[in-house]
Every structure is written in C-alpha cells, then in structure tokens.
Design a protein around this ligand. Structure first.
Ligand code: 5GP
Length: 234
C-alpha cells in the first residue's frame, strides 16, 4: 500500500489517501486544542501514545463484535483505516456528571447518574459542535433514523465494553465522544478512542488522566496519557 495525498488535516490528526480507494492512513499529531481551537498546545508524544491506545481499543472492540474503521497500526504515528464518509453527528455517552453537562445544569462533577446519558452534537468547528437531538439530525439530513438508532445501539454497547475494560485497569470511564462514518453502505465506528476524547479518572484517587489536564492547566499531561497507555496495554 502506498500513501498518496493529504485529504484532510484536523486538529489532532491528518488523513491521507492511499493507492487503495477503500483505505486511508490516519496520522496522529502531538497538537492539542481545546475550547473549539481557542487554546492550542502540544502534548509531547501524544500522537504515538494515542495511536497505541486507539489501536488496542479498536482491536479489543472488534473481538467483541464492534466494527470500526480500524484496519491495522502501520507505524508509530500511523494507522490504516477504512475510508469513511463522516456522519456529522458526535455521539457522547456519560456515566458520571462532568464537563459541559455539569456546566449546563449547574451541578458538581463526579455525581452518579440514575441512567447512562446519550447526547448528540452537530460536528462543526465554526459553530463549536452545538448540542442537537435526533430530530434535528434527521430533519437536517445529517443521519437517517436507522443510522441514529444504530449509532445509539453501538454507543451503549461500546460503553458496556469500555467501562469494564477500564474498570479492570483501575480507571473510571466518566464520559466520551464517538464518531461514525459510512463505508460501502455500512456504518462503522470512526475517529479515535483516546484520552483526547474520553474523561478517564483514577478509580482510587479520582485524579484526572485525560485531556482535562491540558484544558484546565492541571500539569502532568504527558504523564497522565502515559499512565493510560500503560494500563490499556496491560
Ligand atoms: P463535554 O460535552 O463535557 O465537553 O464532553 C463530553 C466528552 O466528550 C468528553 O470526554 C470530551 O473529551 C468528549 N468530547 C466532546 N466534544 C469533543 C470534541 O470536539 N473533541 C474531542 N476530542 N472530544 C470531545
């Protein structure tokens, strides 16, 4: 397989086409952004660590029957993925209160929820990924009813698997964001599953082991990403 042109450059990754029309290569950068790109920085070696973490998680999910765009880890910072037509709906799952939910409702972080929450956002940097619901997604043609139902089902299944996976490693999966895309008529899990898009807390100390360390200037960002990587590889 030969890597061809750059198709897209995002905040944390670059996507390249290949000589195989079915496949792309995803390159993981060390760049970190927060607050819709208003805060910019670098997390040393993040690209390498996120490629390792995401590859391991996609492999583990595949073993449990969750299909993603992941094909193989190509190099330190590159992953071969199936080419996707991205569905512009971000799917967020929350197991505990945190982040924008806490802000919106004026409640502290880390509270137990009576039920798992699913939320949808419209994937748009200029608009700051606004909150939408299923009706908006369908009415605007972002996704069909069947796609919304499928993404909901997969997001909850991924939650069951990931909650247990992290729990066994002494980590609480607080919340996370998933993205999906279409490939040959099939909806696949896309993007990455890493501390960039998940809130992960140490089970004993409740110390944050994710991008909130960068967002909130808590220090020890690289160390937290490394701790997650080491535990994911266990
Ligand atoms: P919140 O809505 O509380 O800001 O985020 C909820 C969860 O989804 C967090 O784990 C957060 O990391 C993830 N998330 C939400 N939007 C984005 C996004 O645009 N990019 C990334 N990397 N993660 C996001």
């Amino acid at each position: 397989m030969e890597i061809k042109d750059q198709l897209y450059e995002g905040k944390a990754k670059v996507i390249f086409s290949t000589d195989d029309p079915e496949l792309s290569v995803m390159y993981f950068k060390d760049d970190a952004t927060a607050f819709d790109g208003k805060k910019k920085g670098t997390i040393q070696n993040k690209g390498v660590m996120n490629n390792i973490v995401s590859s391991r998680i996609f492999e583990m999910l595949a073993e449990k029957g969750v299909k993603s765009h992941y094909v193989e880890k190509l190099s330190e910072r590159e992953m071969v993925v199936k080419k996707l037509e991205i569905i512009p709906v971000e799917v967020i799952i929350r197991n505990l209160t945190a982040g924008s939910l806490s802000k919106r409702l004026g409640i502290e972080e880390g509270l137990e929820l009576k039920e798992t929450i699913i939320e949808f956002c419209y994937k748009s940097d200029p608009l700051g990924d606004p909150f939408i619901n299923e009706y908006v997604a369908r009415a605007m043609g972002y996704a069909t009813k069947e796609e919304m139902e499928f993404m909901t089902e997969v997001a909850f299944k991924v939650n069951d698997i990931l909650k247990e996976f992290f729990d066994e490693r002494g980590i609480i999966l607080v919340d996370y964001k998933l993205e999906f895309g279409r490939h040959n008529g099939e909806v696949l899990l896309g993007d990455e599953i890493t501390p960039d898009g998940c809130r992960l807390w140490d089970k004993k100390t409740r110390e944050k082991l994710d991008k909130d360390r960068f967002r909130r200037d808590l220090g020890g960002v690289e160390e937290a990403y490394k701790e997650v990587m080491d535990k994911v590889l266990k």
